[in-house]
Write a new protein. Structure first.
Length: 71
């Protein structure tokens, strides 16, 4: 789970990278924080989409389903 503290740190590292540059440790930390942030956002979107219900013109309702992957 991503916290406000993590988001602040992501922003601090971004601003520092633009102004002064980052050390190798800071670059690694930035990558890990970004990865965690992206995973959290994907989880939020998945969770939201799992709760979407489509209402048809005839009044029937159905849950949104995942399309099968095409190969």
């Amino acid at each position: 789970m991503i916290t406000e503290k993590d988001i602040k740190r992501i922003n601090e590292l971004h601003h520092k990278s633009k102004n002064e540059g980052l050390t190798e440790e800071e670059k690694a930390e930035q990558q890990e924080l970004r990865k965690a942030y992206i995973e959290a956002m994907r989880g939020h979107v998945r969770n939201h989409l799992e709760n979407v219900v489509i209402q048809r013109p005839d009044g029937s309702r159905e849950k949104l389903t995942r399309k099968p992957k095409q190969v």
